[in-house]
Design a protein around this ligand. Structure first.
Ligand code: DOR
Length: 448
């Protein structure tokens, strides 16, 4: 007896590799079996009529902080991976600034085991570099670790790597992608001191992009790029926030040939310095959200391929933590549930095409990290898909939020474009506003 489970999606507009086309997808078990205009199926088969809606590959978010272990009052792998599925993000790569930090192979293995037990979305974990764990870095299994993460500027979790000799050794000796947070510590400290002299304890949130300044970003990212060029390292610069840094990257070669790449995050594309007065610490991120001109340049950089990947840097903190004064209010905010609706709204505003969005949020993370068989609508690939109704409007309210922290920086915002359904490894894991209670998640694997 044939026990294969079959699902045919009909009446869909498929977005893949620069094209949008009307078609059908046949899924057998956890993989895409066929893509075509009219697919014949024998035997029992579930039919899902997409009613003319768009179907995209599930998004692969290359930068999230799910806070487990140790910071589970803010978030857990279970809560945030469910929110990710509701937002059409089917795979995530998580960061090492948990407690304990993911800076030993033992901790990294423990995190993977925890995710195998509790994650609702496909998962992988970056390994954190420190001033003194080079031996562990060199012993990593590069087929299982997506990349190395280095904080070249301090942020949540005290993971600053500031020893130039160590940096040079790491850059010279690993084949892994080195993903970096770039903000120059000395510049930030000097700016902070000035702000304290002027404002004392009552530093306005609007000072954040002045303290964590354009110069702090540029100095640090230009040094990282210079070191990568000198050593031949494979560098990926996270969350670009300024126009000035775009000059460090190129768009005259395909992604596969690039040794130096860059990411942009949804908050730097959506918010600007004008929003600090109304949103305060709820839009406080590191690097800071900067000027409207920076934001416009980041959209241009995305569309012109200077920027390679679109991600969230989902980094929840509790409301209580955010209600502190400037110096104590932590940086970061939750985004995985609403990044795609925000992007669809940006599409309606003419800022990005659906094809470009899919390239940057689905295809490119898969290419950049060698993710095996995901990130594309392709026969033989895993069936991770998202169905979106690009015209459905909805206003974000705290009550809709699935994040453990219970708030969103988008509260009160009306998006045009919503996630209707998410399919993960061939199973519907989000439909009619509800995330399935059973997990269909798998560990990401890497084709290296
Ligand atoms: O704003 C941020 N929050 N930037 C980071 O680099 C870390 C993150 C966090 O973990 O809170």
């Amino acid at each position: 007896m044939n026990t294969d489970s079959k699902l045919k999606i009909i009446n869909a507009k498929l977005v893949n590799e620069g094209n949008v086309f009307d078609g059908e997808i046949l899924i057998v078990n956890d993989r895409i079996y066929k893509i075509g205009s009219q697919i014949e199926v024998e035997g029992e088969c579930e039919i899902y009529d997409a009613n003319g809606n768009y179907v995209l590959p599930g998004l692969i978010d290359d930068q999230v902080h799910f806070r487990e272990p140790g910071l589970t009052h803010k978030a857990t792998i279970a809560t945030e991976s469910k929110a990710a599925l509701a937002g059409g993000i089917t795979s995530f790569i998580e960061m090492p600034n948990t407690l304990p930090q993911t800076t030993t192979i033992e901790e990294w293995e423990t995190k993977n085991k925890r995710a195998a037990d509790t994650s609702f979305a496909n998962y992988a974990f970056m390994f954190g570099g420190t001033n003194d764990n080079l031996e562990e870095i060199l012993a990593l299994d590069t087929k299982r670790v997506p990349a190395l993460k280095l904080f070249l500027g301090s942020s949540t979790g005290n993971m600053l790597v500031d020893n130039p000799d160590v940096l040079r050794k790491i850059f010279s000796n690993t084949d892994l992608v080195i993903a970096v947070h770039c903000e120059d510590e000395g510049t930030i400290r000097a700016n902070m001191q000035k702000a304290v002299e002027i404002y004392g304890e009552d530093i306005p949130m609007s000072q954040h992009p002045i303290i964590r300044s354009e110069e702090a970003c540029y100095l640090s990212s230009s040094q990282a790029v210079a070191l990568a060029k000198e050593t031949g390292a494979r560098l990926h610069v996270f969350h670009l926030s300024t126009a000035k840094e775009l000059s460090l990257f190129r768009n005259d070669i395909p992604l596969k040939e690039k040794k130096i790449t860059a990411e942009v995050c949804i908050h730097h594309l959506w918010f600007s310095a004008e929003d600090y007065d109304t949103k305060g610490a709820y839009i406080k991120w590191n690097p800071a959200v900067k000027t409207k001109e920076d934001r416009a340049a980041l959209w241009d950089g995305l569309n012109s391929d200077l920027l390679d990947v679109l991600a969230t840097d989902h980094a929840p903190h509790t409301k209580e933590e955010k209600e502190n004064k400037y110096k104590k209010a932590p940086s970061g905010g939750p985004l995985v549930q609403h990044a795609l609706p925000a992007l669809l709204s940006a599409y309606h505003q003419g800022k990005v095409t659906l094809e470009k969005m899919v390239e940057k949020a689905c295809h490119n993370p898969a290419i950049l990290f060698d993710v095996k068989d995901r990130g594309f609508l392709k026969e033989g690939y895993f069936a991770d898909l998202v169905v979106v109704d690009i015209n459905k409007e909805h206003t974000i309210e705290a009550s809709d939020v699935l994040y453990k922290c219970g708030w969103s920086p988008f509260e009160g915002t009306t998006f045009k474009g919503s996630v209707e359904r998410t399919l993960l490894n061939g199973k519907w894991v989000f439909k009619e506003g509800v995330v399935a209670s059973e997990s269909a998640a798998k560990a990401l694997t890497f084709d290296r």
